[in-house]
Design a protein around this ligand. Structure first.
Ligand SMILES: Cc1cc2nc3c(=O)[nH]c(=O)nc-3n(C[C@H](O)[C@H](O)[C@H](O)COP(=O)(O)O)c2cc1C
Length: 338
């Protein structure tokens, strides 16, 4: 029997597959099934900064009914119905999820500005969250905003959330930071215990008939795993911070590659939407078969073996890879031409 146990954010996990933030975990029945088939933790869907702002404005409105400013101040916020849960419903669901299973339940807070709403992290902790995942999804659309301003804002936010709670905090990052190793080192200084690589970048689609810009959500494919592997392999072993991979993890091979790159664990969302929650069990037994065949006794013997610091030739992670990849393509083209 292969030992799959691992640690993430100081929590003991019984395996390398965690359920990523997805509406699947809005049902307690699903949460129990996730535990039964081998999920080692569950990240709940996010509660959004905008949602908390909306609710606190609604409360202000109740307290000072008759003022004109409330409706105007809501103009820039999405409609209440755009959110899946109110804060009370979220906290109640968190309490019930905790009572329903033994595996860790990680609450998810999604926002990108420092504000009073970060206090909600404490309420998540009081409701029983074993950890908090902070999703800092933001896009730079203002040409006067510098990359260091954006990073500073993320760091301040992380610091504030870490000050609010005693439970560990991880940060779900976007892929587009100029110097990711430097940012991750500073996140560690700000109190983060882990980073989740990476948020997916949801681009809207254009409808050329109606001239509308529409939100789209496609499930991931395993090809999205490659940049995550690349960055986990670069970060592994340099810092005292845990690494989780989300994005493109669909099969046993994807989980094994992620651990070999240096991740503490992997997360799944799309694969569960496509194949069902039981997919976790199938992936774990495929991994078991693969590892036993090669006489491993524990998954962790493989951890980081393909990281940048473990391989003799680091060029695949650096500029060398770029040159080799491009020149190998033109060689093939030349051969085909003759
Ligand atoms: C339907 C759906 C809803 C999601 N909702 C959230 C969310 O509320 N908060 C969050 O941080 N990520 C959310 N995600 C992103 C996933 O947690 C995950 O990071 C992403 O889908 C990449 O993993 P995958 O390739 O396994 O899907 C959502 C994904 C899907 C498919």
């Amino acid at each position: 029997m292969i030992d799959f146990s691992t640690r993430y954010l100081g929590l003991k996990l019984n395996g390398p597959i965690v359920v990523s933030s997805t509406p699947l975990s809005e049902s307690l029945d699903n949460i129990r099934r996730m535990e039964d088939v081998g999920a080692s933790a569950i990240v709940l869907t996010s509660l959004f900064e905008e949602q908390l702002a909306l609710e606190s404005r609604a409360l202000d409105e109740d307290l000072s009914r008759g003022t004109e400013s409330f409706a105007e101040s809501l103009d820039y916020l999405p409609d209440q119905s755009d959110y899946r849960m109110t804060q009370e419903v979220y906290l109640e669901h968190l309490r019930r999820a905790k009572a329903a299973v033994k595996i860790p339940i990680i609450a998810s807070l999604n926002g990108n500005t420092v504000g009073g709403w970060v206090r909600f992290a404490r309420e998540m902790e009081s409701a029983g969250a074993d950890a908090i995942e902070l999703n800092t999804y933001a896009l730079a659309t203002d040409s006067s905003q510098t990359s260091s301003e954006i990073e500073l804002r993320v760091l301040e936010l992380v610091e504030k959330v870490c000050q609010e709670v005693k439970v560990p905090v991880s940060v779900k990052l976007s892929q587009s930071f100029t110097s990711l190793p430097h940012l991750v080192a500073r996140l560690q200084d700000a109190g983060a215990r882990g980073v989740v690589l990476f948020n997916r970048f949801y681009q809207p689609d254009f409808d050329i008939e109606t001239l509308e810009v529409r939100p789209t959500l496609h499930f991931s494919t395993p090809s999205e795993l490659l940049p995550r592997l690349h960055w986990a392999a670069i970060l592994y072993g340099h810092l005292n911070i845990d690494l989780a991979i989300t994005g493109g993890v669909h099969s046993a091979e994807d989980v094994l590659k992620s651990i070999m790159a240096g991740a503490n664990m992997t997360m799944m969302a799309s694969a569960l939407h496509i194949h069902g929650i039981e997919h976790i069990g199938r992936v774990l037994s495929d991994m078991q078969y693969w590892l036993e065949k090669r006489e491993y006794t524990s998954l962790w013997e493989t951890r980081g073996c393909l990281s940048r610091r473990s391989v003799p030739d680091t060029s695949p992670f650096d500029r060398g890879n770029y040159i080799k990849t491009l020149s190998s393509y033109s060689l093939r083209q030349t051969v085909a031409a003759f």
